[in-house]
Design a protein around this ligand. Structure first.
Ligand code: TXA
Ligand code: MG
Length: 338
């Protein structure tokens, strides 16, 4: 075990916070069986206590310590996608503190695939885990409440600084947006429900369980330009952000420059050279959903840092492949905190 890992395990066991990389975003971890340790997560993030946290496990073998009445579908999904970016919502086992579940009778669990996260979880298990011998690390994204999720260790320092005892550095996250969340807690009579679109798609889930999960949440894309920022629930970036359809972008940016508003642009189309030249900052992400997702939060963070009056984002295509990215952009534009 490296110095960092053994220190991380010792800190978790003594009820301290450890930030660690996952394949999706960096997590802010605490012993999930220790309510006092979990309370520190909420304090560090500035997050309301009724928001539930995801418990990270070393493997599916630990599932029964954290959940009960586990349906067959859960085992099938765990087998297919763990370690990986899929969170299952299940009925909570009695040992799970309400501090972790936000007072609910359900618990979110996943096994991350980042090698540093897995090494940490395995080392933690080997050292006897946390309180009651339970082995789970509760971890939300390691950002302050309402801000952009960190995809790099440097972002975690920017967000939380001294509030974290240790930040394990695993480099930039490969996936870059948060896990898909599927709710299997409602019993056999209800279909599974996708609570958060993410890297694992409804189509992939259907192939495994023979059933397409119900989808709730935000629409896929946005056509008309609308601007965030006036909303009380304004989600990060702190700079107001608006989504504009590709076909309307040139005209929109022309009008903005005419009004002398300093703005940054995030695009993916390759033919927007002139439009982008009007911006005080113009960043481009790859025109495929994977590459785009991987860079999204770092680029939003950068555009936010430049302190323009507005961030203009080219709306992404309205199809299933882009659904998870569209969801994050929609949240950034219209307000949703986490
Ligand atoms: O990829 C991820 O999932 C990252 C990494 C660190 O694992 N974690 C993450 O955590 O995104 P957080 O706390 O930022 O978002 C967790 C989401 C929240 O929207 C929360 O409401 C939902 O999971 N969640 C957790 N437990 C739940 C439960 N019992 N019922 C319903 N939703 C739950
Ligand atoms: Mg979050």
């Amino acid at each position: 075990m490296t110095q960092d890992l053994s220190e991380a395990v010792a800190l978790l066991q003594s009820g301290e916070l450890v930030a660690f990389p996952t394949e999706t975003v960096y997590g802010l971890g605490a012993d999930a069986a220790n309510p006092q340790a979990v309370a520190k997560i909420f304090a560090a993030k500035g997050r309301p206590a009724d928001h539930p946290l995801i418990v990270h496990l070393p493997g599916a073998a630990h599932l029964e310590s954290w959940a009960k009445a586990i349906p067959v579908m859960a085992w099938e999904l765990a087998e297919a996608f763990w370690p990986g970016p899929l969170t299952l919502i299940l009925k909570r086992a009695s040992a799970v503190p309400y501090a972790v579940t936000g007072g609910q009778e359900t618990v979110g669990v996943r096994v991350p695939s980042h090698p540093v996260a897995l090494d940490l979880l395995r080392a933690y298990a080997q050292a006897g885990g946390g309180q009651e011998g339970l082995c789970g690390i509760a971890a939300p994204s390691a950002n302050r409440f309402g801000r952009i999720s960190p995809t790099d260790a440097a972002h975690v320092y920017q967000e939380l600084g001294a509030a974290v005892a240790l930040v394990l550095d695993g480099g930039p996250c490969q996936i870059g947006i948060e896990s898909s969340i599927i709710d299997l807690s409602r019993g056999q009579d209800f279909p599974p429900r996708l609570l958060r679109p993410g890297p694992i798609t409804p189509e992939q889930i259907e192939i495994v369980i023979g059933q397409r999960p119900e989808q709730i949440g935000t629409p896929l894309g946005v056509n008309a330009p609308r601007v965030s920022g006036s909303l009380d629930g304004h989600y990060a970036p702190q700079t107001p952000l608006c989504l504009v359809a590709t076909s309307e972008l040139s005209l929109f940016l022309d009008q903005l420059s005419a009004s002398a508003t300093p703005f940054g642009v995030l695009s993916y189309s390759t033919n927007l050279m002139r439009a982008s030249s009007l911006a005080s900052a113009s960043l481009r992400l790859p025109d495929n959903p994977r590459g785009y997702a991987q860079g999204l939060y770092a680029v939003l963070r950068e555009l936010d840092r430049l302190g323009n009056a507005l961030i203009v984002v080219e709306a992404v295509p309205e199809n299933a492949n882009w659904a998870a990215v569209a969801d994050r952009l929609h949240r950034a534009a219209y307000g949703s905190k986490n």
